[in-house]
Ligand binder design. Structure first.
Ligand code: CU1
Length: 548
């Protein structure tokens, strides 16, 4: 790649300095140990999967435009929602922020030249690719596309003749990748910081990855083993989940959600870290309650691991268990709300400079808050029983996962894009894209909340005629939402064709990754970065910010 230098002091970037053995061309990427190249390889793979997941989502909405299943048959629709879920959860949302920005940005935030285990990092990437390939193969290998939904609930998943074994093995492989990334990040954050960066000088994004990494290490093995048990059941019929052989299908649900609820926090915590890093920069003000945000990240990681059975109120648990899990679920809302209040308190009284990353964070706060508050409707058992397995639940977790984590992912792209590629993107289409996305998103999912309250079930290829208007409207709004998303991504990718112009620190940020050039050189820093006493100290006047 030939990149023109805007000034003389530039050193060759990591694009221009292949590693490890100075190989050139495609191999210098495929076997690289460089955390930035690995982060970028994740980015293109994850954006590819995201696109496929969106296409599947649109196909589902096309089927639901009118009742009666006129587009595809029920079995194909079952495959659509299974694949949409598996791809979006395991291949997009879980790895999204940690694998891309955790890899690319986190080592730079702590002034390190790479992660602690660069080769294991490369192994994680290839396990991710392998898991993705297995997921695709499970579609087209004989037997039929998996039709269980992304949760692989027994007894259906042990009985269906579709390719469930391969799909679960794909998820198992992706879990291995996630565990290795977690181990790598914990070790990196403990061992690679400069001597003068204490725990209270660590930027909040890195803190959030630290909390996430522990959940990845402790919870992911549970789902890995559980998915292997499904494969064993299918191959040998041991009967762990089969009452006629002394097993229990509800055991599966416990094992599955013991990981998959904490997985919600594996997804959400890094998103919160992104927002915590962006907001003070554009408020030109120290983050309000640094310690409270760190403590709430750890609090969420711990409390979030104790609430899994709130997915099972209708699975005939004892009333005492329902009460306990409902109570604990409300407890997790506290540290989450602490963060929202901290972000708002940071904005309050700041000299706010509006830019696309901040605008995206504001979208995050709105959508995530709606997602969180509707979660309370589901967390309290009485109301949950009423809306269980309806479109209300689907709308709720899309508000959290997509409106929360997905939007924070886009905010991270808006914020770190100049650092990663050395290009500034156009602000106008960036705002238009997020505006259209925001309108389409709300019309789409708020409609689904209403449909759910009226009793529209999830996961059916057709519905009774009285839901027709709502579903038609939701489908059209979904297209508007995807249009906004397309503008956002197109505007970013288009900027790659322009020359390298981004300054080293376009937003006037104070964390270490902005002290090196954009894009950074091979081992990140040519001279030791200066660690500030406090990572969010801003000069009063925002003179140093680029406006495009
Ligand atoms: Cu949950």
């Amino acid at each position: 790649m030939n990149i023109p230098s805007p000034n003389d002091t530039r050193v060759p970037t990591f694009y221009e300095t292949p590693s490890p053995k100075n190989m050139r061309g495609i191999w210098s990427w495929l076997i690289t140990y460089d955390h930035k190249r690995i982060g970028l390889m994740y980015m293109w793979a994850i954006l590819g999967w995201f696109t496929l997941g969106i296409v599947l989502g649109i196909l589902m909405r096309v089927e639901l435009l009118q009742p009666g299943g006129k587009f595809v048959d029920s079995q194909t629709y079952n495959a659509f929602f299974t694949l949409h879920g598996v791809i979006m959860v395991f291949l997009f949302i879980i790895p999204g922020i940690p694998a891309i920005f955790g890899n690319f940005i986190m080592p730079m935030q702590i002034g390190a030249e790479d992660v602690f285990f660069p080769k294991i990092n490369l192994l994680s990437y290839w396990l991710y690719v392998l898991g993705g390939i297995l997921a695709i193969v499970s579609l087209f290998a004989g037997g039929g596309m998996p039709d269980t939904g992304w949760t692989f609930y027994v007894p259906f998943s042990t009985k269906t003749h579709t390719n469930v074994s391969m799909a679960t093995f794909a998820a198992f492989t992706l879990g291995m990748s996630s565990i290795l990334t977690g181990v790598n990040f914990v070790t990196t954050i403990h061992r690679m910081r400069p001597a003068n960066m204490g725990w209270k000088q660590i930027p909040l994004f890195t803190w959030s990855l630290y909390a996430t990494a522990w959940v990845q290490i402790l919870a992911t093995p549970v789902v890995g083993m559980t998915l292997l048990l499904i494969i064993l059941e299918r191959a040998f019929g041991i009967g762990l989940f089969d009452p006629s052989k002394g097993g229990d299908p509800v055991l599966y649900q416990h094992l599955f959600w013991m990981y998959s609820h904490p997985a919600v926090y594996i997804m959400v915590l890094p998103a919160m870290g992104v927002v915590s890093d962006i907001i003070p920069v554009f408020a030109r003000k120290a983050i309000f309650g640094y310690k409270a945000i760190v403590a709430s990240s750890l609090g969420i990681a711990i409390a979030g691991s104790l609430v899994w059975a709130h997915h099972m109120y209708t699975s005939s648990m004892s009333d005492a268990a329902v009460f306990l899990f409902s109570f604990l679920t409300f407890v997790v809302a506290v540290p989450s709300a602490v963060k929202v209040f901290n972000w708002l308190a940071t904005l309050q009284g700041g000299s706010i400079v509006m830019a696309p990353p901040l605008a995206m964070c504001l979208v995050f706060i709105v959508l995530f808050s709606v997602g969180g508050l509707t979660g309370l409707v589901l967390g309290s058992a009485g109301t949950d029983v009423h809306v269980h397995d309806t479109a209300f639940v689907v709308a709720h977790f899309h508000f959290v996962m997509f409106g929360g984590v997905g939007v924070a992912f886009l905010a991270a792209l808006y914020y770190w894009w100049p650092k990663m590629f050395g290009r500034m993107y156009q602000f106008k289409p960036a705002y238009w894209g997020l505006g259209i996305f925001f309108v389409g998103f709300n019309l789409h999912y708020v409609t689904m909340f209403m449909l759910g309250l009226q009793g529209m079930p999830r996961r059916y290829y057709t519905y009774v005629p009285r839901f027709a208007t709502g579903n038609f409207f939701a489908g059209i709004a979904g297209v508007v939402m995807v249009l906004g998303l397309a503008i956002i991504l197109w505007n970013l990718i288009r900027s790659l064709r322009s020359p390298v112009t981004a300054p080293n620190n376009p937003w006037g940020s104070t964390t270490l990754e902005w002290q090196t050039q954009s894009p950074p050189p091979l081992e990140n820093f040519t001279k030791e970065p200066v660690v500030p006493n406090y990572p969010y100290d801003f000069p009063e006047k925002p003179d140093d910010i680029v406006r495009v």
